[in-house]
Design a protein around this ligand. Structure first.
Ligand SMILES: [Zn+2]
Length: 436
């Protein structure tokens, strides 16, 4: 039996889930500087209507496809400057301004200084590239060439989300512990030039900062079926658990998180991963209009942009406001791939599965959430609604430490156990009954 039960039970299950979320996200009540209520109010300032205005403006023909270094690209940069200038963020580019020029291109950098002097020199970056491919050519467009490629999804959507996040950040009455840098990269479509440049040549105001985490937004404007692709979750142990916790704080509005282990140099998350910095990227998926003139505003899911930007904001704040230092980079993530993911999540061969009828595998990056790889037919697990691919995170209100711990607790349990599962980024509760 899965969570969505009617009546009074739903409320108590919801309360259990909310409790689970706080435990799983490692947040000790009162230890965070940014209060939950303030967080919710700030996140609520991220709205589809405002984001939509930014997408429409950036994807207007007037910007001629925002090619890096071109007239339209520079005009788009000026638009972003204008949108963030009045927010009161600190300029973090060169010569006291927001721009970090390189060649004929320029990144735009805005800083929100952290409030805890002991960790304020640790930098959490939230980023999106603002350039696109201009009029398109054989090397960067699927055609037809010679027409303005507005790049509404790629990546006016991510930029709009980032502007909204900047506003939400400034709506918080208290800053999180660590500093947050909002970075609008130029030259992504020409080979991740802006992010590479930033990592090579740090602007003066950021010289003494250490980058501890990055979230990149690239193409978040085509949310379909509430499914968001998440890249980079394996760059640090516990990142999946963190995103699940943040994603479920809003309860019923949680998105489906499609964790993808693949790491390829297709966006600005890549240079950070190369530098061994834990990095996430959110993306709502490819489509037929990708790198074509038809990637236009009317096809953008503006209502869908809102929850993705809110998830990004909340994830950045969670990392920036954590008492503990962000976890170390996992070198192994570079060797993991889609096929290692398939191997871990593939169905296990038969054999005895104990009285509950569950087969699991341990995941090196997330040992505290064993993966269900087998549900025996007609077992308590099958009757309880457990599914292959679920990750078991809690049993009877207590977190799992490791697979062995899970096995032991299941063997010692009475006739009934309550489990909280991470099912594609959503927390669900199931009850397993072993009564004969
Ligand atoms: Zn692109």
């Amino acid at each position: 039996m899965v969570t969505r039960v009617p009546g009074g039970r739903a409320a108590s299950i919801m309360a259990a889930l909310v409790g689970a979320v706080w435990i799983l996200s490692g947040i000790v009540a009162g230890a965070e500087l940014v209060a939950a209520g303030h967080m919710a109010a700030a996140a609520a300032t991220i709205v589809a209507g405002d984001a939509g205005r930014h997408v429409a403006a950036l994807a207007d023909d007037a910007f001629e496809g925002r090619e890096a270094g071109s007239r339209g690209g520079r005009a788009a940069g000026a638009y972003i400057m204008d949108a963030i200038d009045h927010l009161g963020l600190e300029p973090a580019g060169d010569s006291g301004g927001f721009y970090q020029p390189f060649g004929s291109m320029r990144n735009i950098l805005a800083l929100a200084r952290g409030s805890d002097p002991t960790v304020a020199d640790e930098l959490v970056i939230v980023s999106a590239h603002y350039d696109h491919v201009g009029y398109g050519n054989a090397s960067n467009s699927y055609g037809p060439f010679g027409f303005v490629h507005n790049g509404a999804d790629d990546n006016a959507s991510g930029v709009a989300g980032l502007i909204e996040i900047a506003e939400a950040l400034q709506a918080l009455p208290t800053r999180p512990r660590r500093s947050i840098l909002l970075a609008f990269w130029d030259g992504e479509e020409k080979g991740l030039l802006g992010s590479y440049h930033f990592l090579r040549v740090r602007p003066e105001p950021l010289r003494d900062y250490r980058i501890v985490f990055c979230i990149n937004l690239d193409m978040i404007g085509r949310l379909r079926g509430e499914r968001v692709e998440v890249y980079g979750s394996r760059t640090s142990s516990g990142l999946r658990a963190l995103t699940v916790a943040v994603n479920n704080r809003a309860g019923a509005t949680a998105l489906e998180l499609a964790y993808d282990w693949k790491i390829v140099p297709d966006s600005d998350h890549y240079p950070f991963i190369e530098r061994q910095i834990p990095t996430l990227m959110f993306h709502t998926g490819l489509h037929d209009n990708y790198h074509r003139p038809s990637d236009d505003v009317h096809l953008v899911n503006l209502a869908g942009l809102e929850p993705v930007a809110r998830l990004t904001f909340a994830t950045a704040i969670a990392v920036a406001d954590e008492v503990a230092a962000p976890r170390a980079f996992r070198e192994a993530c570079r060797r993991e791939s889609e096929s290692s993911q398939r191997l871990l999540e593939a169905q296990a061969a038969g054999g005895k599965r104990g009285r509950w009828g569950i087969g699991t595998r341990s995941d090196a990056a997330e040992p505290q959430a064993p993966v269900v790889v087998r549900v025996s037919p007609d077992s308590p697990a099958a009757r309880g609604g457990l599914r292959r691919g679920d990750r078991i995170v809690m049993i009877d209100g207590t977190e799992i430490v490791h697979q062995d711990d899970m096995v032991q607790r299941l063997s010692e349990a009475g006739e009934q156990v309550t489990m909280i599962l991470d099912r594609r980024g959503r927390l669900v509760q199931v009850e397993l009954n072993d009564a004969k």
